[in-house]
Design a protein around this ligand. Structure first.
Ligand SMILES: NC(=O)C1=CN([C@@H]2O[C@H](COP(=O)(O)OP(=O)(O)OC[C@H]3O[C@@H](n4cnc5c(N)ncnc54)[C@H](O)[C@@H]3O)[C@@H](O)[C@H]2O)C=CC1
Ligand SMILES: C[C@H](O)[C@@H]1OC(=O)[C@H](O)[C@@H]1O
Length: 254
């Protein structure tokens, strides 16, 4: 029996990067998968094709996670299509690198709305559905190593990642009585579109690589296993936890 057989997994921001790897990983582990995506119809369709190639049902629903109604609609459409929601992977996020002293108000507001409030509304909508269903579930937030450390050009971003980590701790308490487990993954530096421009700087990329005991930057697929694990019954007694997936970067002080 596959780890996620019989489960319906929802993933936000899944047309690219970590979200897509999580969606495809969940399908390979036997889940039907519904993805949220913001704008890239072609990439969303390609993700659904990968889910179907793994032998599972897939569905893509467009929407901006910053709008609370997107979360309600996402869950309603997932239930209409596949009957239930067992897992919510709240992954959608942005990181427009910018210096602190002249940070535009709109950049701060949008980053908080997408990363933190988007995650909040998605997890809340999924949890309400899970409570109605009455057989538990799992919420997984894609937080970051940046929940634990700072970034000079990420003063608007790192608080949202700390916020998601904190959200999973509080929802673990609020939802434990309903059998809903709440955990976060804390990726290190993973090569995706979100940091393509930042890591185009060869010196920065080499510096980041040199800080990682496992000797390489991460790939989106490195997150699939940890997310599938936390979604699965193998993690039945894991809640309120945060799993670093960073090649050892966080512990590498000297
Ligand atoms: N790449 C990295 O080094 C790390 C990434 N993360 C987090 O992982 C998550 C995924 O990012 P990546 O896969 O790295 O980059 P990515 O840019 O490939 O993925 C982000 C996804 O979120 C979607 N998205 C953005 N705004 C949205 C909105 N308003 N509504 C719906 N979807 C929206 C994008 O369309 C994209 O598919 C983000 O939350 C990011 O903060 C965390 C730690 C490290
Ligand atoms: C986008 C950044 O490269 C990435 O985002 C994170 O959360 C990591 O800590 C990296 O800074």
């Amino acid at each position: 029996m596959k780890l996620l057989e019989g489960k319906t997994v929802l993933v936000t921001g899944a047309s690219t990067g970590i979200g897509r790897a999580a969606a495809v990983g969940a399908a390979k582990a036997g889940a039907d998968v519904v993805i949220n995506y913001h704008s890239r119809d072609d990439e969303a369709a390609a993700c659904v094709a990968e889910i179907e190639a793994a032998g599972q049902r897939g569905l893509a629903i467009k929407g901006d996670v910053a709008a609370p109604e997107t979360a309600t609609e996402f869950v309603v459409k997932a239930v209409e299509a596949f009957g239930k929601v067992d897992v919510m992977v709240s992954n959608a996020g942005i990181c427009p690198f910018h210096s602190f002293l002249d940070m535009p108000v709109e950049t701060v507001q949008r980053t908080v709305q997408v990363n933190l409030l988007g995650g909040y509304f998605m997890c809340q909508a999924a949890a309400n559905q899970m409570v109605r269903q009455g057989h538990g579930g799992a919420l997984i937030a894609v937080s970051s190593i940046s929940a634990l450390v700072g970034g000079e050009y990420q003063t608007h971003y790192t608080p949202t990642k700390a916020g998601l980590h904190s959200l999973m701790q509080s929802t673990a308490i609020a939802l434990g009585k309903h059998g809903i487990r709440c955990n976060s993954v804390l990726p290190g530096t993973i090569l995706t579109e979100i940091n393509k421009d930042d890591l185009a700087d060869e010196a920065k990329r080499k510096y980041m690589e040199a800080r990682i005991p496992l000797g390489r930057l991460g790939q989106a697929e490195d997150l699939a296993g940890p997310i599938v694990f936390l979604a699965s019954d193998m993690a039945a007694y894991v809640t309120g936890a945060a799993l670093l997936v960073d090649g050892g970067a966080f512990v590498n002080l000297q």
